[in-house]
Write a protein that binds this ligand. Structure first.
Ligand SMILES: NC(=O)c1ccc[n+]([C@@H]2O[C@H](COP(=O)([O-])OP(=O)(O)OC[C@H]3O[C@@H](n4cnc5c(N)ncnc54)[C@H](OP(=O)(O)O)[C@@H]3O)[C@@H](O)[C@H]2O)c1
Length: 212
């Protein structure tokens, strides 16, 4: 497949790029600073641009036919609002709708869900207060996607780690506390799960809780 990855220089983004290349996909990495992209590969194209600029995004999305876009952009601080990432989401959705690319695989956070409190005290009382700005941003991005015409899937992980890719994780559209496991997920496993969704449309236009 021909993929475009936003946030390719981030920790999950790098996993997405390397696993996608390993699986034989062609990857375009949209980055703000190409010196942060240390990978090279015949099937990897690095494109420099500003996520806050609709023309920058449109010119890349329109340049070729992509099978899917993957969003791994993330905020440096979990405590402050970051409107640039929400603008980026708007720009990407608009560019995809204008150019006919439909499949969009996104990373959000399980804390955004109205039933996240079922995961325990942390999700019921602590995260909604201390991470309210991060949650507001994630919810806004989710809503933009949900009201788009795209064929989206929103991965909702708990805390992310830099652990290995084990393939040992579970996922479901609903939250089943008995299967909620460790309430953490390695970025490598998250990337594996996201790339699997390229072939599997069972969770098309659905939010999916994914955890080890
Ligand atoms: N941390 C957790 O425990 C956790 C839990 C659940 C969900 N999540 C979500 O998972 C996603 C991925 O997280 P991660 O830890 O893999 O992210 P990360 O390592 O912090 O990477 C963030 C990426 O976003 C890019 N970025 C940020 N601001 C940008 C801007 N203004 N312009 C252009 N690019 C920008 C960064 O580019 P540069 O490399 O150029 O800085 C980088 O590629 C995030 O949305 C995060 O909220 C995280």
């Amino acid at each position: 497949m021909n993929l475009i990855i936003f946030g390719a220089t981030g920790r999950t983004g790098r996993e997405l790029v390397s696993q996608a290349l390993e699986q034989g996909h062609a990857v375009t990495a949209f980055v703000r600073d190409s010196t942060r992209m240390h990978m090279t590969h015949d099937n990897l194209k690095i494109v420099h641009g500003n996520i806050d600029s609709y023309p920058d995004i449109l010119s890349v999305v329109q340049a070729t036919r992509y099978d899917a876009a993957l969003f791994a952009l993330g905020s440096k601080s979990p405590f402050r609002r970051n409107p640039v990432l929400n603008n980026a989401m708007q720009n990407i959705i608009r560019a995809m709708e204008d150019s006919g690319t439909e499949r969009f695989i996104h990373i959000s956070f399980v804390g955004t869900r109205s039933d996240a409190g079922r995961l325990g005290m942390m999700y019921r009382f602590v995260i909604p207060v201390f991470m309210r700005n991060l949650l507001a941003d994630h919810r806004e991005k989710e809503q933009l996607l949900q009201s788009s015409s795209l064929d989206w899937m929103i991965a909702q992980p708990p805390m992310l780690t830099n652990g290995p890719r084990t393939g040992q994780y579970t996922y479901s559209a609903g939250i089943d506390k008995s299967k909620a496991g460790k309430l953490k997920l390695s970025r490598a496993n998250l990337a594996e799960f996201m790339l699997k969704q390229l072939e599997d449309h069972a969770y098309s236009r659905k939010e999916v809780f994914v955890t080890e």
